[in-house]
Design a protein around this ligand. Structure first.
Ligand SMILES: Nc1ncnc2c1ncn2[C@@H]1O[C@H](COP(=O)(O)OP(=O)(O)O)[C@@H](O)[C@H]1O
Ligand SMILES: Cc1cn([C@H]2C[C@H](O)[C@@H](COP(=O)(O)OP(=O)(O)O)O2)c(=O)[nH]c1=O
Length: 237
């Protein structure tokens, strides 16, 4: 059965949802049958990703069905990957992360998108382009492992002042391997570089300053407008 079929006006061409990445070329009015949006939320440790996602869920769940998820995934394999952070390095860890991503996409993200939900993932490919690159893997090699995965409809990268983010991390009792290994400056620079790289690969990247509660509210409003724009390109059945 055809699911998530996209049809051009007067029906000239159809896609299966699993094959779709990004959105349609400018000017083409398309009709969507039950297909959601994939949004990733990224940024340095302590920048406020989990808090922002909770807020997005709170604000948007009255209008949309929201599916919140994360990487490494909340699965047995994802937990294994997480546990091995710091034990496995560089390329080996990059492969593990990519294997978990493939499993996560096929078993959780794609089914939720097919149900027409907005999927919000706490971390995705953007993290690999910062953390695995910092771990010694070449950017092009990280991309080679990830280039066949779905491009998000929107990639949100939260950034903030180094001192603000560092202050937040100081309040954590236990720091992860990457939280100890990288400085916040490394992470901020890494995400800015990754954003540029991914824009060139067709990602719809936005960089949001997230220092204060007011920033967060402004960012939620920006996301609302972007979702409306994305919906404007697609006419629901
Ligand atoms: N926009 C914000 N303004 C002020 N404090 C924030 C903001 N976003 C998050 N925080 C606080 O920063 C800390 C880290 O946030 P968290 O969402 O856990 O970050 P991350 O998921 O990126 O590691 C938490 O104590 C949270 O309450
Ligand atoms: C998605 C992703 C995560 N990671 C690592 C970074 C983090 O240390 C870890 C995820 O942890 P994190 O998101 O900080 O989870 P928590 O809030 O529970 O601590 O996985 C990568 O190294 N590469 C990736 O591509």
């Amino acid at each position: 059965m055809q699911k998530g079929m996209l049809c051009r006006q007067n029906v000239t061409k159809c896609w299966f949802s699993g094959e779709r990445s990004g959105y349609m070329p400018f000017g083409i009015q398309i009709r969507r049958i039950k297909m959601g949006f994939f949004i990733t939320v990224e940024g340095p440790n302590g920048v406020g990703k989990s808090t922002f996602i909770k807020k997005l869920e709170e604000v948007f769940s009255s209008k949309y069905k929201i599916y919140v998820t994360r990487e490494p995934s909340d699965t047995e394999f994802g937990n294994y990957v997480k546990k091995n952070e710091g034990g496995l390095y560089g390329e080996a860890y990059a492969y593990l992360i990519a294997a978990d991503r493939s499993y996560h996409l096929n078993n959780y993200v794609e089914p939720a998108l097919d149900r027409g939900e907005i999927v919000i993932s706490d971390r995705y490919i953007e993290s690999s382009l910062v953390l695995q690159v910092y771990d010694g893997v070449m950017t092009e090699d990280v991309w080679r492992l990830n280039c066949s995965f779905r491009i998000p409809d929107l990639s949100i990268i939260l950034l903030g002042d180094e001192s603000t983010i560092s202050g937040r991390l100081c309040q954590r009792d236990i720091l992860t391997h990457f939280e100890k290994k990288l400085t916040r400056e490394d992470e901020i620079k890494g995400y800015i570089k990754a954003a540029k790289f991914l824009k060139d690969k067709g990602f719809n990247v936005v960089l949001f300053k997230n220092n204060t509660e007011t920033d967060m509210i402004n960012n939620i409003n920006k996301v609302r407008n972007i979702i409306i724009q994305l919906e404007g390109r697609i006419v629901d059945e």
